[in-house]
Unconditional design. Structure first.
Length: 451
């Protein structure tokens, strides 16, 4: 099916589907204090509400992408939406922490089918010269969601309990399923690629062990004795990474092509993607910082994120045009610098509203570059057309690794006993990582499209 024959509204359908799945990563930030209070859980464990969604989202991406090749895009897209809706229903109805995590896992797994099928449909329906731009737009939705999510949550929490954040997904998903049936072609791939079962299993185990290890870490004086199980799980994660590397070298259609990392531009982009994920996980906890720093409710705190959102909305189209004019390297360096500067200002705000808003504006502008299409632009233009689907998947994997590592580490930091000003320490550490990524980005070579 060519672009001229593609039904109108498909891009909007794909956009809102991806946005809904991405929002449920970040929307839990302002709800965490309410969840902790209502379900009686420690802040060290509340990070799992964020982490388990990202973990199951990442694990299912390759599986759903391959299933859509075999059984058609429309069917798998509708199944993924239905699973996401079931998870949302479970989360919205529960008053128990265990079932909350089960629901979030089901949500994440369902959402994992939304983005790869949307990307595949763009490849099916649109010509090569437009695919890069459209994939960049779809990918940029994730960055937008991390800024919109806390704000939307704040508005809803002003009038409803935390469960309402998830029950709203049910009618929205039903609408998306209806229009998916009406608009989406049930395209099947002409090339039936095998499912990389070993890659899926070893990556899932690697990430699961990593997350368990990081969540078990304790900041005590006897670091080794009190963290034996944490180090055990982290060691097992390293073993799984080695096995993943060995099997992916032999796989016909791997979910990760490690040979790409031998290219300087791709290895630098992968590092920046991990840092982007870490920064995004930091942002999920900003409403909690605002609530404590300015002595207000989590819902009211979310309204203070409006400058972040406005700056991102303004920055995304402007920086997109600047990338076309001046190249992606200098703009990415600028984005990393602005985000680092924003974190430094937040660390020094000390209860000053004006400084907080200035820092928020710089962060919003910087994140509009980092979380937008810049990283996907580099990957698209550093790999051949037949490898671009894999390269886009790798960006998602590296950003998700940053998110998965960031959430438990931040939860550990915020729950550490006798630690003075943990948020300020977090912001300074984030700015240091961003500046390191910025310096590394100077080593990017000239980026020209591979045909």
């Amino acid at each position: 099916m060519t672009e001229s024959k593609a039904p109108k509204g498909i891009l909007a359908l794909l956009f809102f589907g991806v946005l809904m799945g991405a929002l449920d990563i970040s929307i839990v930030g302002p709800a965490i204090p309410s969840i902790e209070a209502n379900l009686h859980i420690d802040s060290h464990f509340s990070s799992w509400v964020f982490t388990i969604y990202v973990l199951f989202n990442l694990v299912g991406i390759s599986l759903f992408a391959r299933l859509s090749d075999f059984y058609g895009r429309r069917m798998i897209y509708m199944i993924a939406l239905s699973i996401f809706m079931l998870g949302s229903l479970l989360v919205s109805l529960t008053q128990h922490y265990d079932w909350l995590l089960v629901g979030r896992a089901v949500q994440g797994f369902g959402a994992s089918g939304i983005f790869p099928v949307a990307s595949a449909l763009i490849g099916d329906l649109y010509p090569v010269e437009k695919r890069g731009r459209l994939l960049g737009m779809i990918g940029a939705v994730f960055g937008l969601a991390f800024l919109l999510g806390p704000f939307i949550a704040g508005v809803l929490l002003k009038f409803y309990s935390w469960n309402a954040l998830f029950i709203l997904n049910v009618p929205i998903t039903l609408v998306l399923i209806f229009f998916s049936y009406r608009l989406l072609p049930n395209v099947k791939s002409a090339v039936r690629r095998t499912i990389d079962g070993y890659g899926i299993v070893f990556m899932a185990l690697m990430l699961s062990f990593m997350v368990f290890g990081l969540n078990l870490l304790k900041m005590n004086q006897d670091l080794w004795h009190d963290n034996e199980y944490a180090f055990l799980f982290l060691g097992l994660s390293g073993v799984m990474l080695y096995l993943l590397y060995r099997f992916e070298k032999k796989a016909e259609y791997p979910i990760l092509r490690f040979s790409f990392l031998a290219q300087r531009n791709i290895s630098i982009t992968a590092f920046v993607a991990v840092i982007t994920g870490l920064v995004q996980s930091c942002f999920v906890f900003v409403p909690k910082y605002v609530a404590l720093e300015f002595s207000m409710s989590a819902s009211d705190a979310s309204f203070m994120l409006i400058p972040f959102v406005i700056a991102t909305a303004i920055g995304s189209p402007i920086f997109g045009r600047l990338i076309d004019r001046y190249g992606v390297k200098i703009i990415l360096i600028l984005g990393l610098f602005l985000t680092a500067l924003g974190f430094v200002i937040l660390a020094q705000s000390g209860g000053s509203l004006s400084l907080f808003y200035v820092g928020g504006i710089f962060m919003g502008l910087g994140l509009s570059v980092m979380s937008g299409s810049s990283l996907r632009y580099i990957m698209l233009n550093s790999t051949s057309p037949e490898d671009r689907a894999v390269s886009q998947g790798m960006i998602t994997v590296f950003i998700s690794i940053g998110q998965l590592a960031g959430a438990p580490v931040i939860g550990l930091l915020l729950s550490a006993p006798n630690l003075q000003q943990p948020f300020q320490l977090l912001f300074v550490a984030a700015s240091g990582l961003l500046l390191a990524a910025m310096l590394l980005t100077f080593r990017l070579t000239k980026i020209t499209e591979i045909h």
